[in-house]
Design a protein around this ligand. Structure first.
Ligand code: F6R
Length: 244
């Protein structure tokens, strides 16, 4: 089943998303949270930190699994996803660091890095709830448009558009990572609930395609139509083409 919640703007989206996560952690304190990076969930993390600070939320038994990481980057790099997570959530709440997992970007043997992450995912079990954003091309995690839906963690070559888009964060273009590790579509689909967050008009077209177009690996997020429990929280801009 898919439920689509329309909220007014980014601020409301961030509060609604944090409330959904907070409800999950309150009802099941040892929840496994699948988490995402990128700009969309930033406000959600801010709200979660606030709830923790005010004593309304306890992360001490929670496990987190991240979707992806740049190959070659570790926690010292301010562009790595592990750094992002540290900054936005891990260092600000009472998570047990031994239960926060991000693919190991410093492991340059791709096969090993992916195998180890799949082992971790198998051990901690499917996420109770997986937070997702969506890329302009319909990607989820770093699962880009492809000929098939990859099941396990794998290494992806970043396309030229992504490299160009990301180069502003690095000293020079050659410092932009060329590859990343990402959880596969299979692991994402095994999450018990999917929480898809989408903000802004520039995502309206791809969101409509993903939720109501044909299910195809050319639009990786379209596979979510086959998931049994999807919660979409979109703001007015993102849902523009669906609600009109
Ligand atoms: C991040 C991730 C990506 C983003 C997507 C949207 O961990 O896996 O799939 O969710 O690229 O990014 P933003 O939110 O920056 O628009």
């Amino acid at each position: 089943m898919m439920r689509i919640y329309c909220v007014k703007d980014y601020d409301e989206l961030s509060r609604a998303a944090a409330n959904r996560i907070a409800a999950q952690v309150t009802l099941k304190p040892d929840s496994v949270l699948g988490v995402a990076t990128g700009s969309t969930p930033v406000g959600m993390y801010e709200n979660l930190v606030r709830m923790y600070e005010s004593g309304d939320l306890d992360f001490s038994e929670v496990t987190t699994v991240n979707l992806d990481e740049y190959k070659g980057l570790g926690k010292e790099s301010s562009q790595s996803y592990v750094y992002y997570m540290e900054e936005k959530l891990f260092s600000k709440v009472n998570l047990n660091r031994e239960r926060t997992f991000v693919p190991d970007g410093t492991e340059l043997d791709s096969e090993k890095a992916c195998r180890e992450y799949d082992e971790i995912l198998a051990q901690v079990g499917p996420a109770d709830i997986q937070v997702l954003g969506i890329g302009h091309d319909g990607h989820i995690g770093f699962n880009e448009p492809a000929d098939y839906f990859p099941d396990g963690t794998h290494c992806v070559a970043l396309d030229e558009m992504t490299i160009q888009a990301n180069k502003r964060f690095f000293e020079s273009e050659k410092d932009v990572p060329r590859e990343s590790y990402t959880m596969g579509i299979g692991a994402i689909m095994r999450a018990k609930t999917i929480l898809l967050l989408v903000s802004g008009e520039e995502k309206a077209g791809i969101l409509k395609k993903a939720l109501f177009g044909p299910v195809t690996p050319r639009v990786p997020a379209s596979i979510l139509q086959f998931h049994q429990d999807v919660v979409v929280i979109g703001d007015e801009g993102a849902l523009k083409e669906i609600t009109e």
